[in-house]
Design a protein. Structure first.
Length: 437
């Protein structure tokens, strides 16, 4: 407790020094770029906040998300900046970095996904008013944040067979590749310019119907009785839609709802809508190519730089290519304790089992080939492909998809808790709107 108190006082002292430096700089160099938040021994200034808002607002407009009042928007965006700053500080604390080679590959991948060369991506960004160097550094920070979350949170997530069984029992239809959907619909009509009380009354009515439906009420009967939609007397049945033809209001739900699931009320200019996914047409995945592989991992830290880890693995690779036993070297040198005991053996790996950087290397290797050293969020690796096989088993594929879906849900939940802990343990002072900022 004494040490924690000392740390808090140290942070407050550092924050005071930063404020004084900022004030001195304003006298020496011109108008003050106001400090809007102090985050441990760092600060966020008003120009950063304005720049982030300038990025966020067009994205919200593109998605059709209502723009909140300016003060609420500033608070929301500032919260995001604070969480980002805390994560970058944590990455620096544990020695996590994104080297230029990794960043360059990420930029090439972004350009390729958009059908562009890297130079064409640069030209497109600058034509839109965004400096390529800013985009480059923003990409570096996004990779850093993703790698940090993978190392601090995601790698510790476990998914049990019992969880997979329960997921498949309830939600197997989520995993099927959808080609068409059948939708049912209820509309509680209210005009776009209606008084707030009338809108709230319609919202409450729609929420009440959702509660009835989720409690087991028959959708067709409820729609015929309460819906203001044109298909009310058909039980709200909108019929079948090819995925590309689903109305925009329900486009995302068509991909995410399970069969029989009821949406929350959705607001549109015509009122509040409730959507039910009645049925789907689609293709269940039939086969997957699995890879038998083994690897050696060297983790980086404050004591082990990227260049050191890469050099050690280059030397180990030369020894393996020269005839030394991979398994023996893995047991002696790998930092992956679980696989090291098995000589680096990862068993049979399916698509999606590993992080993208690792999967890309696996896919590029022929059997018995050993990769060059490469980096992932967990450190530096070399990997050897031993064999490949096609598994024509729908059940295995569905179980793997279910496992991935559960892991993603857990990751989102655990990352949120981790961020809350990160902020709770930090010294954060909000100065937005204060006269003395």
């Amino acid at each position: 407790m004494i040490e924690n108190g000392r740390n808090r006082w140290r942070r407050r002292w550092l924050a005071l020094v930063l404020v004084l430096i900022g004030l001195w700089s304003s006298v020496a160099a011109g108008p003050l770029d106001a400090i809007v938040a102090i985050v441990n021994d760092d600060v966020i200034v008003a120009s950063e906040l304005r720049s982030e808002i300038d990025l966020v607002v067009p994205q919200m407009q593109q998605r059709g998300t209502p723009i909140p009042p300016r003060d609420a928007l500033e608070r929301q965006v500032l919260d995001r900046l604070i969480l980002n700053r805390l994560q970058w500080q944590r990455a620096e604390e544990i020695g996590l970095k994104v080297d230029d080679a990794m960043l360059q590959q990420a930029l090439v991948n972004i350009a390729t996904r958009n059908g562009l060369t890297l130079e064409e991506l640069r030209e497109a960004l600058e034509a839109s008013g965004m400096r390529f160097d800013d985009f480059r550094e923003d990409t570096r920070r996004q990779i850093l944040t993703s790698n940090l979350q993978a190392q601090e949170v995601v790698r510790n997530i476990q998914v049990t067979d019992q969880e997979v069984d329960r997921f498949l029992e309830r939600e197997a239809s989520r995993l099927i590749e959808r080609t068409a959907v059948r939708l049912q619909h209820i509309l509680i009509a209210v005009s776009e310019g209606a008084p707030a009380a009338e809108v709230e009354q319609a919202r409450t009515r729609a929420q009440g119907l959702v509660a009835q439906l989720r409690g087991g009420a028959d959708f067709a009967r409820v729609a015929a009785t309460h819906s203001d939609g044109r298909q009310a007397l058909e039980g709200g049945d909108l019929g079948w839609f090819e995925m590309a033809a689903v109305p925009s209001l329900a486009a995302e739900l068509a991909f995410t709802l399970a069969v029989g699931e009821i949406s929350d009320p959705l607001r549109s200019p015509s009122g509040f809508h409730v959507i039910r996914l009645a049925d789907i047409r689609g293709d269940t995945p039939q086969s997957v190519t699995q890879t038998q592989a083994r690897h050696i991992l060297i983790r980086t830290s404050e004591l082990v730089a990227d260049s050191d880890a890469q050099r050690r693995l280059e030397q180990l690779r030369l020894r393996i290519v020269g005839g030394e036993d991979f398994a023996a070297l893995a047991r002696a040198h790998s930092d992956d304790a679980g696989s090291a005991l098995r000589g680096g053996d990862l068993g049979w790996v399916s698509p999606g089992d590993t992080v993208p950087e690792f999967e890309t290397q696996l896919d590029a290797l022929a059997p018995n080939q050993v990769s060059e050293p490469f980096r992932s969020p967990f450190g530096w690796h070399i990997v050897q492909v031993l064999d490949r096989r096609d598994r024509d088993t729908t059940d295995e594929v569905m179980r793997q998809k279910a496992r991935d879906a559960i892991r993603e849900r857990k990751a989102n939940e655990e990352i949120e808790l981790w961020l809350q802990r990160l902020r709770a343990e930090a010294y954060v002072e909000i100065r937005l709107g204060r006269d003395d900022s």
